[in-house]
Write a protein of this length. Structure first.
Length: 87
């Protein structure tokens, strides 16, 4: 899914978040998590996107096998290392 992203959104993201954004756009929307991801990516705000990343990271810690099935092993491992930036 090609996602057009507004500069005012991407200018507020860290390098890690930009990378995760690109990878999450490739996740299938055939699961509830996939639908949630694509809904946020269709009209993102920095706050909504970071909230999504925090939720995905938490789920990856709680249910790694399930999230690996949804996100793929590599992206799931990256989500385990995500920490919401504090400015």
């Amino acid at each position: 899914m090609a996602v057009q992203v507004k500069p005012e959104f991407t200018n507020n993201l860290t390098t890690q978040e930009l990378s995760l954004h690109k990878k999450l756009a490739q996740v299938s929307n055939q699961t509830l998590w996939g639908l949630a991801i694509h809904k946020v990516l269709q009209d993102p705000s920095t706050e909504r996107f970071r909230d999504l990343l925090a939720q995905l990271s938490s789920q990856a810690k709680d249910q790694p096998e399930v999230m690996a099935d949804i996100l793929g092993q590599e992206l799931m491992i990256e989500m385990l290392g995500y920490v919401t930036p504090i400015f």
